[in-house]
Design a protein. Structure first.
Length: 67
């Protein structure tokens, strides 16, 4: 494994770990936000899933442009 692919693997592991922690606490967050508004809780859930894909899309775009 060369340095570039090792760095990419480390970055992916950190991102997945962060989102894994977020997913672990998501039910607690959803209940807390749901007490305020069920629509807001739905928005939080959709934003979490969208952020997961957005981070990897931005990373892939950055890798393609050579940055």
């Amino acid at each position: 494994m060369d340095k570039s692919s090792r760095n990419a693997a480390i970055a992916a592991a950190i991102i997945l770990g962060g989102f894994g922690l977020g997913a672990f606490y998501m039910p607690t967050i959803m209940i807390a936000v749901g007490n305020y508004s069920t629509v807001a809780a739905g928005v939080v859930a959709v934003a979490f899933v969208a952020a997961f894909f957005l981070v990897f899309w931005l990373r892939a775009r950055s890798q393609r442009s050579g940055g």
